[in-house]
Design a protein. Structure first.
Length: 423
């Protein structure tokens, strides 16, 4: 019999356990974690550097106080993104686990919770399976309070396979359909029959502005723009990636059940957002050095692979729009006004048609989860089932890259613990 059982020893579960341990010495607390060690996902965060929080995250001060309390020194890098000073996600995980154990928290590892139930006595019965050799055994524990901290479905190899949704459902909660977010996008332009074939871009990274348009009728005008972000666009073997692209996927939800497809979205990249390339091309046309070719001029602004694709793209557009071919590798002084406009349009609004969003294995975060209407915002206690707390990514909350998702996990864990101990 425990005072509190926490299902899941990830970011939110460890934060809840430590805060509980700090605020109440006489509580009997256990974490049940399916992996052989807690915090496996924390170790993988921020490419092993752990982007622990963000100066603009909700609850930033509470989170920083929490980390100061357990001896994690942090520093702010890159626009408010906060990391442990050592830039080691492994160190953060070790410190969290050691602190929890030092506070007397029992951490039961290699134990997969298979069901949770509220008993007639208003306690929670938690059943879990564990392996010994080749045999699988079952055990159960009882607690007064239950914290569900199982995470979502993103990164399933790290233990998060969406188990918490059934647990929440069994305790009468509803689930907003989980979808993978903060992930890469597959595009039509990378398919073998595409002209030009965008696979020549694979492996190139370029800075630019990426925008997302949504319109079911296919009229993608300025009014249908729903997202825009500057950043590094990474071209992969199948489409687009990079932080700005990851953030864009949070806005690319569609309902397959209603017959919706990704066809209602269009992506445009501005590869020269700081200035107008049309003016630049006109100037080069006038002042071209002897032998200066269109490709030479574009390569002063774009990476060579991107410039090559832009020229092929403009050439294809010229054929489609005007039925004319467009010999691009020729002196810049011979460019016509129409060709300059076409090249400029291509550079500023290079268009991609999304055909797929990379799935759970590649996604960093889950969109959707336990409905927020059913959980008290300030305490994370269920509005439906007293004594039940739902924290972290299991909730229907997701944030852009930059330390915001871990912040949500730490903060909700801390808030639940404070409510349980009455502090
Ligand atoms: C590769 C990667 C990099 C990321 N980098 C960052 C970053 O730098 N900054 C940032 O803010 N966010 C980052 N995120 C997102 C962030 O890691 C998560 O949002 C955060 O860890 C969620 O915390 P959580 O406690 O809800 O779930 P998790 O940390 O995922 O923990 C859930 C735990 O529950 C356990 N569990 C699940 N089911 C059961 C069960 N049935 N029984 C027992 N245990 C169970 C799991 O094994 C897991 O240990 C990253 C995510 C990934 C995948």
């Amino acid at each position: 019999m425990y005072d509190v059982i926490i299902v899941g020893g990830g970011a939110s579960g460890l934060a809840a356990a430590i805060e509980l341990g700090l605020e109440s010495y006489d509580f009997n607390i256990a974490i049940i974690e399916k992996n052989e060690e807690p915090g496996r996902k924390i170790k993988a965060t921020g490419n092993g550097r752990c982007n622990i929080t963000n100066i603009n995250a909700e609850g930033y001060n509470e989170i920083m106080a929490f980390f100061a309390g357990i001896g994690i020194v942090t520093r702010e890098l890159d626009n408010g993104w906060v990391y442990p000073y050592s830039e080691s996600a492994a160190d953060v995980t070790v410190l969290l686990e050691s602190r929890a154990r030092e506070l007397g928290i029992e951490i039961i590892t290699g134990a997969e919770v298979v069901s949770v139930e509220k008993t007639k006595e208003n306690t929670f019965e938690v059943k879990y399976s564990f392996k010994e050799g080749k045999s699988v055994y079952m055990d159960k524990v009882i607690s007064n309070k239950l914290v569900l901290a199982t995470g979502g479905k993103a990164g399933p190899t790290l233990g998060t396979t969406g188990d918490g949704y059934n647990m929440a459902k069994d305790l009468w909660h509803s689930i907003v359909t989980p979808v993978p977010v903060l992930t890469s996008i597959e595009c039509l332009e990378w398919q073998s029959e595409s002209v030009p074939d965008a696979r020549i871009l694979a492996g190139t990274r370029t800075r630019g502005n990426i925008s997302l348009f949504k319109d079911k009728t296919g009229k993608f005008n300025e009014n249908s723009k729903m997202f825009e972000e500057a950043g590094e666009i990474q071209f992969t073997k199948y489409g687009l990636s990079g932080i700005c692209v990851f953030n864009m996927t949070r806005f690319m939800r569609y309902n397959k059940m209603l017959g919706e497809t990704l066809g209602q979205f269009l992506i445009k990249a501005d590869l020269f957002p700081d200035s107008n390339i049309e003016n630049f091309l006109r100037e080069r046309r006038k002042k071209a050095l002897k032998g200066e070719r269109i490709s030479n001029v574009l390569c002063t602004v774009l990476k060579s692979g991107v410039a090559e694709y832009v020229m092929k793209y403009a050439k294809q557009q010229n054929i489609e729009k005007y039925g004319k071919t467009f010999p691009v590798d020729r002196p810049v002084s011979t460019l016509t006004d129409a060709e300059i406009e076409l090249l400029s349009e291509t550079v500023h609004t290079l268009t991609f048609h999304p055909t797929g969003i990379r799935g759970w294995k590649e996604a960093q975060v889950t969109g959707g989860g336990v409905s927020l209407d059913e959980v008290h915002e300030k305490t994370c206690e269920s509005r439906i089932c007293k004594g039940l707390y739902i924290v972290g990514e299991l909730l229907d909350r997701d944030y852009p890259c930059g330390g915001f998702n871990l912040s949500n996990a730490w903060l909700t864990g801390i808030l639940a613990a404070k409510d349980i101990t009455g502090n």
